[in-house]
Design a protein around this ligand. Structure first.
Ligand SMILES: [Mn+2]
Length: 424
């Protein structure tokens, strides 16, 4: 029988925190759901990063459950693999609740063989008899290692029609896109469709005769996605038509809410903070932001003054007052030249380079704290840097990370100041 299914990935529900953007995020997802129900698609594939975090806030969860209930009530199965954003091995995840409740089926079904390899089981879609296998997205090196452990023969030997789902990049296809990649030869051959996720752009390629497809995010999972949308890029939700499981056509979903964008950019390079602030004010005053998502970018190294002298928040308020749906502020490298890192020649060990950068900045310091100067100051700076350079662990929440790293660093600095005061 012929029919169609929808392939989506990188939806990142819960990424948007501002109400206007969060509402668009919901609308775009709901739109896909209604379309699937209306068109009575065979099933929906979700190739990872359905949620932006493993436990998004209650609003996001409530919305997701009601959307999945629509699909469920319409008898449309959802087959998924998890992305690195969806699941946390330590803290559990909401996507597991959807799976437990029967709203989606995680198709990752590994079985360890006696020789140490891993056999992936198939999920069979009852309506079409299409078999689906897949594996979740993992961190770069671990994912390639996992692929190498697969019992590929059993995947390749299984009679079709069959679909393979994954959440990762392949060098031959996704080179030049953001994200890690591995050789495509790791994929098992002979599938009818390869449903990818992880790459935030629409990519339609081939492996043998079969389509390898990345839909890209329907809205946004990173700030850069909003910029790509503003530039006119269309991504997300692919409609795959098939005849007895043989793919006959792959196309982007047509109906989606129209979102208008407005981009305001100020090049701050070599300008004073005051001049940048004025330029931003003029550009904002001349803008027509109503019913638009406004992206404000101020970037460059200031010749004088500091980032705080540029009234970004005030300008954003003005844009909201004039009816903007949401205002996203972004600023890069807004430090003034005298505090710029990079004048130190990269030579010597890491420690020597750090010392050189600290020593250089110390010359600019005109504050009242002598304990931050000289050899003692250099040593103290190195200690604080050691504490602060610990990276966030996988699955660690922002709160836990702050407790483990930021708070001790702050405490260290306060104690240091106290001691100096006592000594003085
Ligand atoms: Mn993603």
């Amino acid at each position: 029988m012929s029919g169609m299914f929808v392939h989506t990935a990188d939806v990142h529900l819960g990424f948007q925190k501002k109400e206007g953007l969060a509402q668009l995020e919901r609308e775009i997802f709901d739109n896909m759901v209604y379309w699937c129900v209306d068109q009575k698609v065979d099933f929906v594939l979700m190739a990872g990063d359905l949620f932006h975090t493993n436990i998004p806030n209650m609003e996001v969860q409530k919305h997701a459950f009601s959307a999945f209930a629509e699909l469920h009530d319409a008898g449309i199965p959802v087959y998924a693999v998890y992305g690195s954003h969806d699941a946390s091995p330590v803290h559990g995840s909401v996507i597991d609740l959807l799976a437990e409740g029967g709203f989606l089926k995680n198709v990752h079904a590994p079985e360890k063989l006696d020789d140490g390899r891993i056999r992936l089981g198939f999920t069979i879609d009852p309506k079409t008899n299409i078999k689906i296998a897949g594996l979740p997205g993992l961190k770069a090196g671990r994912e390639e290692a996992y692929f190498k452990m697969l019992d590929k023969e059993s995947l390749e030997a299984a009679a079709g029609p069959k679909i393979f789902m994954f959440h990762g990049g392949f060098t031959e296809i996704t080179e030049g896109h953001k994200g890690d990649s591995m050789p495509i030869s790791l994929l098992p051959r002979g599938f009818d469709y390869y449903a990818g996720g992880h790459i935030h752009e629409t990519i339609k390629s081939k492996y043998g005769d079969a389509p390898v497809v990345y839909p890209g995010p329907p809205f946004a999972g990173y700030h850069a996605d909003l910029e790509l949308n503003a530039g006119g890029m269309q991504r997300g939700h692919m409609i795959v038509r098939h005849d007895h499981g043989k793919v006959t056509d792959v196309a982007g979903i047509a109906s989606r809410p129209k979102v208008e964008y407005l981009t305001i950019k100020v090049d701050a390079e070599g300008k004073t903070a005051k001049a940048v602030d004025e330029e931003l004010m003029y550009k904002v005053a001349g803008a027509v932001p109503s019913d638009k998502v406004v992206l404000v970018t101020v970037a460059g190294e200031l010749s004088e003054g500091k980032a705080a002298d540029i009234n970004l928040i005030g300008r954003a308020d003005w844009l909201y007052d004039k009816g903007a749906i949401a205002v996203e502020l972004k600023h890069h490298r807004l430090a003034s030249k005298k505090f710029a890192v990079g004048k130190v020649q990269p030579k010597g060990t890491r420690k020597e380079m750090e010392r050189a950068v600290f020593a250089q900045h110390m010359k600019e310091y005109k504050g009242p704290r002598p304990e931050l100067m000289g050899e003692a100051g250099l040593k103290f700076a190195a200690t604080v840097l050691r504490v602060l350079s610990q990276e966030k662990r996988e699955g660690e929440t922002k709160d836990d990370y702050e407790k483990r790293v930021i708070n001790p660093a702050t405490k260290l600095m306060m104690e240091h100041a106290d001691e100096a005061e006592k000594a003085a």
